[in-house]
Design a protein around this ligand. Structure first.
Ligand SMILES: CC(C)(COP(=O)(O)OP(=O)(O)OC[C@H]1O[C@@H](n2cnc3c(N)ncnc32)[C@H](O)[C@@H]1OP(=O)(O)O)[C@@H](O)C(=O)NCCC(=O)NCCS
Length: 155
């Protein structure tokens, strides 16, 4: 990245307008690009989740969310969270925005005293999560019409 490249800031969503920006990115990435049905993409967790936005030059280009889990994965202790709905606009991928989103969500999880993170990775994103310390946990399964893998990371 050159010195003149716009800075990317990851910020927490603090109001309804920002949540709409996050949902708009998810609409483009999941509903339009990946053909995930709207009824699956939007769920009840959005109300209580911690959401972040990646901002570039005043525009939202990426998002992700952290949800508290009611129980840890089998064999684990303490409170765990789930990171999900990670989405970066296609024109801004492969330049580290996803990494910044994931780092910000993990930092929030640590701040909340969570012991680890679980997630459902699309198989196409498995390498991305592996690079960030996540390990596959279980077999491949189908979700929203795409193969997924459960992955986890101890914080
Ligand atoms: C998954 C996703 C969020 C990752 O976002 P991203 O901004 O592309 O993530 P990053 O740029 O941090 O990393 C992606 C890859 O780019 C590479 N990369 C990072 N910075 C780079 C740079 N400056 N130049 C070239 N490559 C770079 C990384 O090595 C990484 O490779 P990997 O996939 O083998 O780990 C994004 O691809 C996306 O929105 N996909 C569609 C929705 C989706 O599938 N979401 C995940 C659901 S589980």
């Amino acid at each position: 990245m050159s010195d003149t490249a716009p800075k990317i800031d990851v910020v927490p969503v603090t109001n309804e307008g920002e949540l709409f920006q996050a949902l708009a990115i998810r609409e483009v990435v999941f509903i339009e690009e990946q053909s995930v049905p709207e009824g699956l993409e939007r769920d009840a967790e959005d109300v209580s989740a911690f959401h972040v936005l990646a901002m570039k030059g005043g525009h939202a280009i990426g998002t992700g969310r952290l949800v508290a889990l009611t129980e840890p994965p089998p064999g684990e202790q303490g409170k765990w969270g789930r990171i999900g709905r990670m989405a970066v606009l296609s024109s801004d991928r492969k330049s580290g925005v996803g990494a910044k989103l994931l780092t910000a969500l993990e930092a929030e999880a640590k701040k909340r005293g969570l012991k680890g993170i679980k997630l459902h990775a699309q198989l196409s994103a498995m390498e991305f999560y592996k690079r960030h310390g996540y390990e596959a946990d279980g077999a491949v399964f189908e979700e929203a019409g795409m193969p997924h893998l459960e992955m986890k990371k101890t914080l």
